[in-house]
Design a protein around this ligand. Sequence first.
Ligand code: G3H
Ligand code: 13P
Ligand code: ZN
Length: 331
Amino acid sequence: MISYKELGLVNTKEMFAKAVKGGYAIPAFNFNTMEQMQAIVQAAVETKSPVIMQVSKGARNYANGTILRNLAKGAVEYAKELGCENPEIVLHLDHGDSFEICKECIDNGFSSVMIDGSHLPYEENVALAKKVVEYAHQYDVTVEAELGVLAGVEDEVCAAESHYTKPEEVIDFATRTGCDSLAISIGTSHGAHKFTPEQCTLVNGVLVPPPLAFDILAEIEAKLPGFPIVLHGSSSVPQEEVETINKYGGALKAAIGIPEDQLRQASKSAVCKINIDSDSRLAMTAAVRKYLAENPSHFDPRQYLKPARDNMKKMYIHKIVNVLGSDNKLG
Ligand code: G3H
Ligand code: 13P
Ligand code: ZN
């Protein structure tokens, strides 16, 4: 058993309580590589922000769970080396799909896990989440569960259509499972193609998607006052990154995300964790494509991964400061 406490990590309990009270959200950035970890830590330290580093099943398959755990341990030490005395870093399992994977992560240094039973019938979702919570809480590990289904096209997270969370179910679900936070479905979705152009309205030459269901969010908040709410699928898909990718040989068609002003609005509510993965992928790919197109004779990965890391860091800082509002919230 490796406790996250030995690694210098923290769970989400206090972090979320403060975020809900303070009207901001904690960034939950997915990571698969050392460069993403470095960029996340640099951004969190420079902005004095707590941060959740999250690992999907796909990330574990790609990079190996042991390596990712040690990268998270390294993240804590790196943050201290960069001058942050008491970093608040969570290592979180994103979209755990079984009790076994959650247990394995809890036993191996994760401070928080998500059990995603959102695709299951209600009673099965309750039973699975409750089982994970009972195990996790013995080790002071916090648990995120999900009600409602997000549409998505990611490798490991796939549903053809979304179903909004039913506010009438949330009290029963939170009470019976004992979960620490609840991911809800109010119109976000995974990946870089969240809406078709036909679903959007053209405003000053920009395609604006339909707004998130803030009425459902408000109903959920009214039922569970102060309870930590999580938004998945919250990349904004910056059009300048899409344009750079396409300018330098990419072929991303109609990539549309969640407008940042809506995420800013959500952050001020009980939404206290916002998941961002695709924007990091776009920032990395745009920088790598540009660098390699402009320097066709270069072949040292450090040459093109450095601008990729810098571009991700810039994006993370922007999210923390201008969208989620989690800067200067350490301590
Ligand atoms: O929610 C999904 C995340 O973006 C993780 O994606 O399963 O391809 O690593 P992934
Ligand atoms: P995006 O694809 O919008 O970045 O969402 C990521 C996510 O929800 C990870 O769980
Ligand atoms: Zn997700």
